[in-house]
Design a protein around this ligand. Structure first.
Ligand code: BES
Ligand code: MN
Ligand code: ZN
Length: 508
């Protein structure tokens, strides 16, 4: 979809559809008020007759409004003026775009930037409009033989701004929103792909495709033989039962100052998690195709980063494996030596994410990273603890925690911190190896998993995002969400802003 910004009075717009807001109860927003006063009170008449209360979720389409140059007007309910927060704004926008898709208009001019959203500026509103509009258009119908595309899909949204002064920042907001939305789309497409097609080898090919599309990205695939030689026996233990070879995918984006240490994003890429010999129960097992969403979000974020040409050095690492039972599969009780040299007693082959990530994290040491963030659909326990709204956040470095909390707020892609206290570590004691891969109790499972990873991250600043509850939706609206691409991209945007500030300081 195409997005532009434009200033000007609503009645003067030659557009297929004007989108104006109505607060509850039956109160026009400033732009709607302006339009109404010029167009003979048409809107207030409609409201007076009781056709639109202004509740969120309501909308009304008007034709032939006198004195106006537009073909249609879509009035959108916005709820009570004082209650418009992030959540409400996003609901209003999602509803408006859905309603637009039901009209014959292929283009629309949206005036909902005049809503006052608590604590949010124009930049945020524009970015949200772009992200939500793209989200509403998203379909994964590649594998349907008959696709039900909308008759005349919405192709262009013009976003109103109040004056030329706001133009540069607004255009930047569109660029950011579009890059994030494209990154999310890539992440969703990869996540939704069925596990017979989305294998570690296929994921590696997708990374190569992305690097082909963006010359700033360099890709390297490490094969099993090389991983074996290095000593990544924890990672390789997971893919032993599978006919699909494991791949460690490495993407390098080097557009920052030569002296800048890289930011590393490490993604869990289990293309299907049966649990291995510790087989999962059958119910909803299909959803374990989403166990590579961490990996998909690394690709999506790198895509956004490359599209925005951020002046940073970023490395993406993806541990791609399939976790299957089989004659050669790892057994509960097996002990392996990780790349770090620490030995691990694998008591449950379903706790495989931490096994592939621990070797990937140790591998990241070689890059002397500025920070490492791993992203993983790691534990069902994280869903029990936090539900499906925030990502679980763990870190060994409080400033990194703060930076991620800040980015989460800016991007409206929420996180919630969970503790990494020493007290939990003893859960991982093993009688026969340096540690076990699970605790003997079920309490605090998300924390125990993070504690396991923390033993491999002593040499750098590290954060772990458990996205088990946020990477996809279950039930009728089943599908990947594209999260946490907004959070990660914002984190990198903030680092890029730091670089620019730094350069400014040096020049002065
Ligand atoms: N991929 C799963 C975690 C998961 C489960 C994410 C359900 C989303 C929904 C992970 O590999 C796993 O199986 N974790 C186990 C760990 C346990 C064996 C300690 C879990 O959460 O049950
Ligand atoms: Mn598992
Ligand atoms: Zn898993």
């Amino acid at each position: 979809m195409e997005f532009t910004v434009k200033s000007g009075n609503p009645e003067k717009q030659r557009t297929a559809c004007l989108v104006l807001g109505v607060y509850e109860s039956r109160r026009l927003t400033p732009a709607a008020e302006q339009f109404d006063s010029v167009c003979g009170g048409t809107l207030s008449n409609v409201l007076r007759r009781g056709d639109l209360e202004g509740k969120p979720g309501q909308s009304l389409l008007l034709f032939n409004v006198p004195e106006a140059l537009c073909e249609r007007v879509l009035l959108v309910g916005c709820g009570r003026e004082r209650e418009v927060d992030d959540r409400r704004f996003r609901q209003i926008l999602a509803h408006a775009v859905a309603a637009l898709n039901e009209t014959g208009a292929t283009e629309a001019m949206v005036y909902l930037t005049d809503l006052a959203v608590k604590g949010r500026d124009l930049h945020w509103k524009i970015r949200q409009i772009v992200e939500i509009a793209e989200e509403a258009q998203y379909r994964f119908d590649e594998l349907k033989s008959k696709k039900d595309a909308p008759r005349r899909p919405l192709r262009k949204i013009i976003i109103n701004i109040s004056g030329r002064k706001e133009l540069p920042d607004s255009e930047q907001a569109i660029r950011e929103g579009a890059a994030i939305a494209a990154g999310m789309k890539l992440t969703k497409d990869l996540g939704n792909m069925p596990p017979n097609l989305c294998t570690p080898t296929w994921l590696a090919e997708q990374a190569q495709g992305l690097a082909g599309e963006f010359p700033a990205l360099q890709v390297r695939i490490l094969e099993e033989a090389e991983m074996e030689q290095m000593g990544m026996h924890a990672l390789l233990a997971v893919s032993r039962g599978s006919a699909q070879p494991a791949k460690l995918i490495r993407l390098d984006y080097r557009q920052g100052p030569a002296a800048q240490k890289p930011y590393v994003l490490a993604g869990k890429g289990v293309t299907f998690d049966t649990g291995g010999i510790s087989l999962k129960p059958g119910e909803a097992m299909d959803e374990m195709k989403y166990d590579m969403c961490g990996a998909a979000s690394v690709l999506g974020t790198l895509r956004a980063c490359a599209e925005l040409q951020l002046p940073l050095n970023v490395t993406g690492l993806i541990a791609a494996v399939e976790n299957m039972p089989g004659g050669r599969a790892t057994r509960p009780g097996d002990i392996v030596t990780s790349l770090s040299g620490q030995t691990v007693e694998i008591l449950n082959t379903d706790a495989e994410g931490r096994l592939i990530l621990c070797d990937t994290l140790t591998y990241a040491e070689r890059d002397e990273p500025a920070a490492v963030i791993d992203i993983a659909t790691l534990t069902g326990a994280c869903i029990i603890a936090l539900g499906r709204h925030p990502h679980g956040l763990f870190s060994n470095h409080p400033p990194l925690t703060h930076a991620l909390q800040g980015a989460a707020h800016t991007a409206s892609d929420r996180v919630w911190e969970l503790p990494l206290w020493e007290d939990y570590q003893e859960g991982l004691d093993s009688n026969f190896a340096d540690m076990a891969n699970i605790a003997s109790h079920r309490d605090g499972g998300a924390i125990i998993a993070a504690c396991f990873l923390s033993r491999f991250t002593k040499k750098f600043h590290w954060a772990h995002l458990d996205i088990a509850g946020t990477a996809w939706k279950t039930g009728k609206a089943k599908g990947a969400t594209g999260r946490p691409v907004p959070l990660l991209t914002q984190y990198l945007l903030d680092r890029a802003a730091e670089v620019s500030r730094e350069e400014g300081r040096i020049e002065k």
